[in-house]
Design a protein around this ligand. Structure first.
Ligand code: GLN
Length: 490
């Protein structure tokens, strides 16, 4: 029974629960069976709420038994990255500075999941404050890739991706500042959507790079991404950067998935393929061939400023991070040193004692690029480059409906392989970072496996607020292939 349940998509599980054919309680028990058996090895969860989840499942099952109407995620077990505020459990951002922080409020996405009758089963591991590409920067725990336990799950939403791949939840939420949903989705062989900046409220998402951060789903397939987007998208008066629905009308993102996009034009950037491993290039090219067979036209384009994205990102993201992380001062939140003489020492020591190396590096870098004398040379220059990158995307979307490229230049790398060299780590986001600078949406879906049986991700990027078409385009590939159905043996 539980094996059969675990195979279901979110939408099939919801439908069966809503009809009373499957109990939410059984779905929750099934995922906790997996968590208890495997999470000791995988390390996807920082916290899990079995008793509360079972109780909530029971309430939802009762509602259904009474014939009351239920939400779009009724009874479906969902995990969330531990940088989204919840009134239950801690919200640690995988940082020792917030290890015991309990939020007095829920993030808007959490409220929306609950309003849709989802069952939130636990909070997943990440790189500390979402800074990283492998989840190795977590200050609290190690997470491994379910496809090969000597390898990283990607990051920073590594726990969220690993939890879906290992069937320890039916879907999860992650956050993506420079690739943190898409890259771990590609490393773990699941679907991951970064919505347009402003599509989903960031209220209650612990800020890293506020002009780049965006919450999105990690799921078994594209249609489930659409279902979750239906639930979490929309204007929120608590987030001034969330876009009003007149500017960006909402629609039923799910109903289009499965329908073809006629006269589809796909842009590819030939030079960008040079930077990826040959097996990745082969995987992505054969995916594009499938689209060609479906009638798509391929347009070769150039994106002359794409190569400057990493440099610009690490100036802008660190500048924003240095300001956002100033609040962790031993007074407002979290850890406070016991060894301070005066208040300056409280600030300095509280931070120095517990923040990780990468977080400190970024605070230093960000403070430097914002300092007078360097602001114009670095931060302002990076903003100008950001505009040029945006104009590359605008030009591309004048010629095609979407752009396709790899999600990552490699498949999942070995644990420890890149920790000694931050630049190598930063380069694992070469294909994803420009998308955040431009604010446009993108999805990663599995499009093959390398010779080590590690998943390869195809990244599809579309114009701002073009998620409906983006999801339809991704769905076309899944209708022709079954890469997304493969599961790792644990
Ligand atoms: N790997 C990138 C970074 O370390 C992106 C992280 C993210 O998207 N949160 O900044």
């Amino acid at each position: 029974m539980s094996k059969e349940i675990l195979k279901l998509s979110c939408r099939d599980l919801q439908a069966k629960i809503a009809k009373g054919e499957v109990k939410s309680g059984d779905a929750v028990s099934a995922v906790f069976g997996r968590i208890e058996k495997y999470d000791g090895q995988i390390g996807a969860f920082l916290s899990a709420f079995k008793q509360d989840a079972l109780k909530r499942a029971e309430e939802i099952d009762e509602k259904i038994a009474k014939g009351q109407s239920v939400g779009a995620l009724a009874g479906v077990p969902i995990a969330v990255k531990d940088n989204m505020c919840t009134t239950f459990g801690a919200t640690s951002c995988a940082s020792k500075i917030l290890e015991n922080f309990h939020s007095p409020y829920n993030a808007t996405v959490i409220e929306k999941l609950l309003a849709a009758d989802a069952v939130i089963i636990g909070k997943t591991n990440l790189d500390e404050f979402a800074m990283g590409s492998s989840t190795e920067n977590s200050g609290l725990k190690k997470t491994v890739n379910p496809w090969d336990k000597d390898r990283v799950p990607g990051g920073s939403s590594g726990g969220s991706a690993a939890a879906v791949a290992a069937q320890m939840c039916f879907a999860s939420l992650g956050s993506d500042t420079g690739g943190s949903i898409r890259q771990p989705a590609s490393f773990c062989g699941v679907a991951g959507l970064k919505p347009t900046y402003g599509r989903v409220s960031r209220y209650g998402l612990v800020a890293y790079g506020s002009s780049l951060d965006q919450i999105g789903p990690l799921t078994k397939d594209t249609a489930d991404c659409a279902l979750l987007l239906n639930v979490i998208a929309g204007h929120d008066e608590k987030d001034s950067t969330s876009v009003d629905e007149k500017t960006a009308p909402l629609c039923d993102f799910l109903s289009g998935v499965g329908k073809e996009v006629k006269n589809l034009k796909i842009a590819v950037v030939p030079q960008l393929f040079d930077g990826a491993d040959s097996e990745i290039v082969a995987g992505v090219k054969s995916a594009i061939e499938i689209y060609k067979k479906l009638g798509a036209e391929i347009v070769e384009i150039e994106m002359p400023h794409f190569e400057y994205a990493i440099a610009a990102y690490y100036l802008i993201a660190t500048a924003e991070a240095s300001s956002n992380l100033a609040r962790y001062d031993g007074v407002h939140y979290g850890h406070r040193t016991k060894n301070a003489g005066d208040y300056i020492e409280v600030y300095a020591k509280s931070r120095a004692e517990v923040l990780g190396t990468e977080v400190k590096r970024r605070i230093m870098l960000g403070t430097y690029v914002l300092s007078s004398g360097y602001y114009d040379a670095y931060y302002l220059k990076a903003l100008k480059v950001r505009n040029l990158i945006r104009s590359d995307f605008t030009a591309a979307f004048g010629k095609a409906d979407c752009i396709m490229m790899p999600t990552s230049p490699t498949t999942a790398f070995k644990i420890g392989e890149k920790t000694a060299d931050p630049l190598q780590m930063y380069l694992s986001d070469v294909y994803t970072i420009a998308v955040n600078l431009a604010g446009v949406p993108a999805i990663s879906i599995p499009c093959g496996f390398d010779n080590k049986n590690l998943p390869i991700g195809l990244q599809i990027i579309s114009p701002a607020f073009g998620e409906e078409k983006l999801l339809r385009i991704a769905g076309m590939f899944e209708s022709q292939t079954d890469f997304h159905k493969k599961k790792p043996e644990l």
